[in-house]
Design a protein around this ligand. Sequence first.
Ligand code: NAD
Length: 261
Amino acid sequence: MSLAGKTAVVTGSTSGIGLAVARALAADGAKLMINGLVSRQEGDALASELAQEFGVQTRFSPADMSDPDQIQAMVEEAIRELGGVDVLVNNAGIQHTAATEDFPRAKWDAIIGINLSSAFHAIQAALPHMQKQGWGRIINTGSVHALVASVNKAAYVAAKHGIVGLTKVVALENADRGITCNAICPGWVLTPLIEQQIKDLGARENLSIDEAKVELVRHKQPSKTFVQPEQIGALASFLASDAASAMTGTALPVDGGWTAQ
Ligand code: NAD
């Protein structure tokens, strides 16, 4: 229970990778602030389930990651109600695919806001607390698209490459203050975020949903299997541990070989 008594704030943790990371940190004993775009009722119910399963204090924040004021309020709530923000996981994200010349401006702004700027705002809100106590772990969910590009993902690739830059700057500024900042860069993980891409591929190539899933993964990921959300959770748990105190400013692929090509 390496995180007993500590508090983790995990953005976008009502589903997919964020939920798996929240579960892994709670299993390590961390109190949890979960967050996501679900109703207050659903969020509170999920927070109660996690509290029961792991025996830790939990809260749900409906803060919208496109709003800096709501992000700051969420971090302040964690400090006030859960005793701190020791581990911050910037994970909320959305996707939209289109050729650059057709990319809707509103989608560009939303993706940069939610996938990149929200991490800056949350880090800015949490850092003074971490600096005061001389201990902190910041984990940003990047992507293989933080390291390499794919067509039709201008905003997503730009935001995720930006996450790696932000990760390095925050790591350098805090390298001798007991605070680490790293990015985890997953390949394909089967979550609601990629459902639309599976449907689009199926329609384009006349494939069933199951066939489209296989085709999607086979195309980019040499392992030919999806990365499991729990595997991202396990890496987050390691990065939050004292064993990882010398790792900072890194971008770690968990991608079945995608970026080795
Ligand atoms: P998901 O759709 O299952 O989860 C996204 C989470 O973000 C949800 O909890 C959702 O409610 C929340 N969210 C979305 N917009 C929000 C907003 N405005 N305010 C607050 N919360 C918001 O998707 P996922 O695949 O688990 O994605 C999590 C992260 O992992 C994202 O940053 C994504 O880019 C990244 N990622 C995913 C994959 C993949 O293949 N699924 C690969 C690499 C990186």
